[in-house]
Design a protein around this ligand. Structure first.
Ligand SMILES: [Mg+2]
Length: 253
């Protein structure tokens, strides 16, 4: 996403999060957090690699990457994956992750909580398709921040952390809660030196992802397996945070 577009979003979001109506900004990842592309990935490796895998097997392995990494044709998979990540049809009309829609609706019903934007490692070229897919499924119509072409996929976590820091610096919401299934994101949060950010790790469909839970919790992050737990966890985070910042009385206002 271009810099000028980003600063326009920050201006708009400042109006939302700076006037006291909303205190907690939610930032949501897309793939394997809100939308589920795993059936499509399964079909793609069946077609190109003659590998008959089930979605359950892919989920149990924590994704295709750990399953295919040691194959001699892994480099071909990487090429396929890179092509599909920029493919318009592949990134359109995906179904929601189980429980995600109800979870996001429950979050927006919480007092002073609003989805600020979606933050995805999908490239800029599929931004409109992503936005349309989210809206069609029923997620709130908010900005989708996609990865600019000059940022490589290996640097996703660093890039997302940079966007979050910029958001916090420019918009100054009271609290930001990030819901993402990528455990690496949390590792970049202490480097930000900003104490307004709370990562919430959604293990999601790839529920076998390897997570150092202790390290994650040290960052005040909370790992969770599925969407039905998320609203309660966010509510607890908010209560603790607002008590700490404002004292109990103010929170009830
Ligand atoms: Mg994801």
């Amino acid at each position: 996403m271009a810099r000028s577009e980003l600063s326009d979003w920050w201006d708009e979001l400042s109006a939302t999060f700076h006037d006291g109506r909303y205190r907690c900004a939610l930032v949501l990842d897309v793939d394997e957090t809100l939308l589920n592309p795993l059936e499509r990935w399964r079909d793609a490796v069946a077609r190109d690699f003659h590998l008959e895998l089930t979605v359950d097997e892919i989920e149990a392995a924590g994704g295709l990457d750990p399953m295919l990494r040691y194959r001699s044709d892994y480099v071909d998979f990487v090429a396929l994956a890179n092509r599909l990540r920029g493919d318009l049809a592949f990134n359109s009309d995906l179904p929601a992750v189980e429980g995600a829609l109800d979870g996001v609706r429950a979050l927006e019903r919480l007092s002073k909580v609003k989805v600020a934007f979606y933050l995805t490692t999908r490239p800029d070229v599929v931004r409109l398709e992503t936005s349309e897919n989210l809206r069609a499924v029923g997620f709130p119509d908010r900005p989708v921040i996609t990865r600019p072409v000059h940022v490589s996929r290996d640097q996703t976590a660093e890039w997302k952390a940079d966007v979050l820091v910029e958001f916090v610096t420019m918009v100054r919401p009271t609290l930001v809660i990030v819901v993402d299934d990528n455990p690496n994101l949390a590792a970049h949060i202490p480097a930000m030196k900003i104490n307004l950010l709370r990562p919430l790790l959604l293990l999601g469909p790839l529920s076998n992802a390897v997570v150092d839970r202790e390290a994650f919790e040290e960052l005040h992050g909370v790992p969770t397996a599925s969407w039905p737990d998320v609203p309660r966890i966010v509510e607890t985070m908010l209560d603790e945070e607002f008590d700490r910042m404002f004292g109990e009385d103010d929170r009830r206002d």
